[in-house]
Design a binder for this molecule. Structure first.
Ligand code: AMP
Ligand code: ZN
Length: 270
């Protein structure tokens, strides 16, 4: 049961048609919001803040150099297989299919409507990091076609609303975009605050995947799809992950991730 903050009514989540209920649709934005550990909370905010997080944050792989895609290795295995567009038969229990399990998990969902669901990234790389996923199964950017433009625009709109609902919307910058070469299957739009203040951000690949052209703005993807009917990725994009570590704000080059994190504190004093 959830109590409406406006009229004091209690609603039973599963029996409420949230699309028709403005109260519930408001609640559906806030339910389940549990920020990264270092988030400063905004008292009284409708955007539910919980510094400790009642849900245990899953631990990412401990070795700093491990690939981000191995993060999902602990995902609960599903029992059937499905055919991917490439023709490969891939078990949905495989780590790369982890988002499909998470998007169906009510504990992970932050917002949903008839077209998309928003979940919190399981290994957030910043204070706020969400993933917007369509219900319809689209394996990757490569599978997108012109007819998906409307869906991508909707995903973009939902991303903007997520940012607006965030208590730190005024003090933090956000970007919404796609990894050019994603590690996880099922198209997902990252919505991420630009503080990169997170213990889950551990290595150069993590950093460069969000701060180089490896990260393609949502609007650029939509523009590409509208004009060319396909999303293409420049040759050599994968090499961007090996680029030197540079601050995304002042372009200062840092030798190591700890040095970079120390440097970021000068931009984001706590
Ligand atoms: P990408 O490189 O665009 O495929 O990014 C995948 C994102 O999914 C990363 O930011 C991961 O932290 C996140 N992630 C990995 N496994 C899961 C999971 N099971 N549930 C939610 N998020 C996940
Ligand atoms: Zn800097």
């Amino acid at each position: 049961m959830i109590t409406c903050p406006f009229v004091g009514l209690s609603v039973r989540r599963k029996r409420t048609n949230q699309l028709c209920c403005p109260i519930f649709s408001q609640l559906s934005w806030v339910e389940g919001q549990k920020p990264p550990l270092k988030t400063r909370s905004a008292p009284g905010s409708k955007f539910k803040e919980d510094g400790s997080g009642s849900r245990k944050r899953p631990l990412e792989m401990s070795t700093a150099d491990k690939e981000s895609h191995k993060e999902a290795a602990s995902v609960k295995a599903a029992k059937h297989t499905e055919e991917l567009p490439s023709g490969r038969s891939e078990s949905v229990g495989h780590w790369s299919q982890g988002l499909k399990a998470s998007m169906q998990d009510p504990d992970m969902q932050v917002y949903k409507d008839d077209q998309v669901v928003v979940i919190k990234d399981k290994y957030p790389k910043a204070r706020y990091h969400w993933l917007v996923l369509p219900w319809v199964s689209i394996a990757s950017l490569k599978a997108l076609r012109k007819e998906h433009c409307g869906l991508l625009r909707h995903m973009h709109g939902v991303a903007e609303q997520m940012v607006q609902q965030c208590p730190q919307a005024r003090s933090l910058d956000f970007r919404s975009g796609y990894h050019a070469i994603p590690s996880m299957s099922h198209v997902h739009l990252h919505v991420i605050s630009q503080d990169f203040d997170s213990s889950c951000l551990k290595n150069k690949k993590h950093w460069n995947s969000f701060t180089t052209e490896y990260f393609i703005n949502s609007q650029d993807v939509i523009g590409m799809l509208e004009s060319r009917g396909r999303v293409t990725v420049r040759e050599g994009t994968g090499d961007l992950l090996k680029a030197p570590l540079r601050c995304h704000l002042c372009r200062h080059q840092l030798a190591t991730i700890p040095a970079l994190k120390q440097h970021l504190k000068s931009h984001f004093p706590s």
